[in-house]
Design a protein around this ligand. Structure first.
Ligand SMILES: [Zn+2]
Length: 141
């Protein structure tokens, strides 16, 4: 009579030390770390400079409690005019600015180049002014 004899090969459980300490299991898709990873990569492409491996950890620690949407906004804002790879302080300053704006209330304030409602005339129509887009994005964050 044949019987199962326990020869099933059990693969030894490999210990694979995580090489990415900044990526933890508990993270959600929109975590600050994922936004950072994406934005640092974008920054590297735009400024044609490289992210240093040790640097990523520092970014991650610095901004771990930030709202991902605000973080992404700050990076995009910085990169619009960036000539150099951002430093955490550059992004931090933008975050402080936007938080100050947010703290001042929800009401939209025109930048002066658009209507009080945030429209600019283009051709025969209107489009949302940059300042309104920024305001709206910050509110959603
Ligand atoms: Zn405007």
């Amino acid at each position: 009579m044949m019987k199962a004899n326990g020869t099933t090969s059990v693969k030894s459980i490999k210990k694979s030390p995580s090489t990415l300490p900044e990526l933890r299991e508990t993270e959600k898709p929109s975590s600050p770390d994922l936004v950072l990873a994406r934005m640092l990569d974008l920054a590297a492409q735009i400024t044609r400079q490289e992210v240093q491996p040790g640097e990523i950890r520092f970014w991650s620690e610095t901004f771990q409690n930030e709202r991902p949407q605000l973080l992404e906004w700050a990076f995009r804002e910085y990169l619009k005019t960036a000539q150099f790879f951002p430093k955490p302080g550059d992004i931090d300053k933008l975050l402080k600015d936007i938080k100050l704006e947010l703290a001042q209330g929800d009401s939209f304030k025109s930048c002066g180049k658009c209507t009080p409602e945030g429209w600019v005339l283009v051709g025969g129509g209107v489009k949302r002014c940059e300042c309104h887009i920024k305001w709206a994005a910050a509110r959603k964050a």
